[in-house]
Design a protein around this ligand. Structure first.
Ligand SMILES: NC(=O)c1ccc[n+]([C@@H]2O[C@H](COP(=O)([O-])OP(=O)(O)OC[C@H]3O[C@@H](n4cnc5c(N)ncnc54)[C@H](O)[C@@H]3O)[C@@H](O)[C@H]2O)c1
Length: 263
């Protein structure tokens, strides 16, 4: 009989920014690969609720939670609700991100013309959001002597992206944090890894990927000449969320169609 090495064995996952794009696909992958429950987070409630319905349709229990990951109090409340419903969270996927497509963001001025307030949206979601969620997830994981932490960063954080300097720095900061927390938590059998995405066809970059001229130019930089799909990202996130990756921690795995081969 074939076995699914990615089976999540009834464990509970919490996915931030799961109302669309990569996060939605991760929630569905969890549902289809043996999760015992999925906490579907988004700061847009209707999005979270719609994905929770899809998760339930796949036969998995779901809890939609509206929470802005930049707000520590609201993150704490989200984890409390997850504990009440599912008894805790075994897998945290820090997926919510802000690359500037969101209308709450951001200055498009060059960095040297920006003000510190222009940096906040990038630092808030991409860095502080990760810290807030990991802070709330870890105590129960230590108690259980089990946990999987996965953070979605970007190739921008590995190799740098002009005009996205703060985004690049925030994602690199999140990766550095994940490496350090991996070292702190390894003795509790908690792993902490990152996935660094290249351009992936989600609503965040729909305008860019559907502009033929722009897409053609951009794809010249990709060894595999297509944009990523949410499934490409979710496949690696599922692996890092499963016991198949139990001897892997502190790593950043690029899923980027060969955009860059930098270490
Ligand atoms: N799409 C790409 O090309 C690409 C490339 C590199 C990295 N990434 C990263 O992948 C992750 C997912 O990106 P995506 O393309 O699916 O994005 P998306 O914008 O399509 O979806 C993100 C979801 O997160 C939610 N969200 C945003 N900020 C939030 C917050 N503070 N609290 C709670 N929810 C919040 C949004 O409402 C949205 O539903 C992000 O971390 C992003 O930086 C994406």
């Amino acid at each position: 009989m074939a076995t699914n090495i990615l089976d999540l064995k009834g464990r509970v996952g919490l996915v931030t920014g799961a109302g669309q794009g990569v996060g939605r696909q991760v929630a569905l992958h969890f549902a289809n690969n043996g999760a015992g429950g999925v906490v579907v987070n988004d700061y847009v409630l209707e999005r979270a609720e719609a994905v929770a319905v899809e998760v339930e349709r796949a036969g998995c229990a779901a809890l939609a939670v509206q929470s802005d990951v930049t707000d520590f109090a609201s993150v704490a409340e989200m984890f409390e609700r997850a504990r009440d419903r599912f008894g805790g969270v075994d897998i945290l996927v820090n997926n919510a991100g802000n690359a500037g497509a969101d209308p709450r963001a951001v200055s498009r001025k060059p960095f040297w013309e920006q003000e510190p307030k222009d940096w906040q949206p990038f630092l808030g979601t991409n860095l502080f959001g990760v810290l807030n969620c990991v802070r709330m997830a870890v105590p129960a994981m230590i108690e259980k002597n089990y946990g999987k932490l996965v953070t979605v960063i970007s190739d921008a954080g590995r190799v740098g992206e002009p005009n996205l300097e703060i985004y690049s720095g925030a994602k690199a900061g999140a990766a550095g944090f994940m490496r350090a927390i991996a070292k702190a938590l390894g003795r509790y059998s908690i792993t902490a890894n990152c996935v660094a995405l290249g351009a992936t066809r989600t609503p965040a970059i729909a305008a860019a990927t559907s502009n033929e001229e722009f897409a053609k130019r951009m794809l010249k930089s990709y060894t595999i000449r297509r944009f990523g799909e949410p499934e490409d990202a979710a496949n690696m996130i599922l692996f890092l969320s499963s016991d198949a990756s139990s001897w892997m921690t502190g790593q950043t795995v690029p899923v980027n169609g060969g955009y860059s081969f930098a270490m």
